[in-house]
Ligand binder design. Structure first.
Ligand code: AMP
Length: 107
């Protein structure tokens, strides 16, 4: 399968604005933000969509939630929205699973 744009960012082939990374995920700023803070939490494992997640991926999916907490703490946020677009009909454009972390909406 062809490398996704996100794998290319992980491998340093194309630039990305990193906010966080660890052994399981990277977090970058979305190139076309749809909120004052719009990050993408992207597993290093190139799972195409949420429908391809298996039981063995559950620790990774849990980890994504802990990373979302860390981002909120790091950025001093009281709240955020975590969104996954699944499949073309769900609005997914990049077929490498990722979660949109959206924040900075007015209180
Ligand atoms: P989705 O529609 O859920 O697949 O979301 C893909 C997201 O990736 C969109 O919000 C795009 O703006 C974002 N995106 C695409 N290419 C890049 C890139 N090179 N760097 C950062 N974000 C990107």
């Amino acid at each position: 399968m062809e490398k996704s744009v996100f794998t290319r960012i992980m491998e340093g082939e194309i630039p990305g604005r990193f906010e966080y990374e660890d052994e399981q995920v990277i977090v970058i700023h979305d190139i076309a933000p749809k909120a004052p803070i719009h990050l993408l939490i992207i597993p290093r494992k190139p799972i195409p969509t949420l429908m391809d997640v298996t039981e063995e991926d559950l620790p990774l999916i849990g980890h994504i939630h802990v990373v979302a907490q860390k981002l909120a703490q790091k950025l001093g946020l009281k709240g955020f929205r975590l969104v996954n677009n699944c499949g073309k009909e769900g609005g997914q454009e990049v077929f490498h699973i990722h979660y949109h972390f959206l924040a900075g909406f007015q209180e």
